[in-house]
Design a protein around this ligand. Sequence first.
Ligand code: TYD
Length: 136
Amino acid sequence: MNIQNCKLVELPKITDPRGNLSFIETGSHINFDIKRVYYLFDVPEGSVRGGHAHKQLQQLIIAISGSFDITLDDGFSKKRVTLNNPSQGLYVCPMIWREIDSFSSDAICIVMASLKYDEEDYYRDYDTFISHVKKD
Ligand code: TYD
């Protein structure tokens, strides 16, 4: 897996004078069943979240409100993506080290995840992650 597999996904946007509506459907916008949804909110200025990789987990990350930056790192190259549009999601495949920073004060980061929470699925140590990536 590498960062080329991590892509921005344009979600449908039904514009309406009463307010816009976007949605996510498995098979259309993501290729995994959603087993869990979690979100980050009230993130203090200067905070950095993430700082780990997942062995199996696939995710779609959306800035449902405000903005933040995500740095993706597959052990060989890095890319930085700004999310600031609730009708766009960033698909993150397994085995990608990610850090999320530059949260705006109104930022809400919502994540659609392919698996339930499992600490065993994490690499929390960067050097361990790198050694696994380089040996595969
Ligand atoms: P973590 O994944 O490290 O957060 P982030 O990547 O946003 O910095 O999770 C932080 C804590 O929350 C950690 O103790 C595990 C717990 N947690 C759950 O219990 N369930 C979840 O679905 C998630 C994502 C985290």
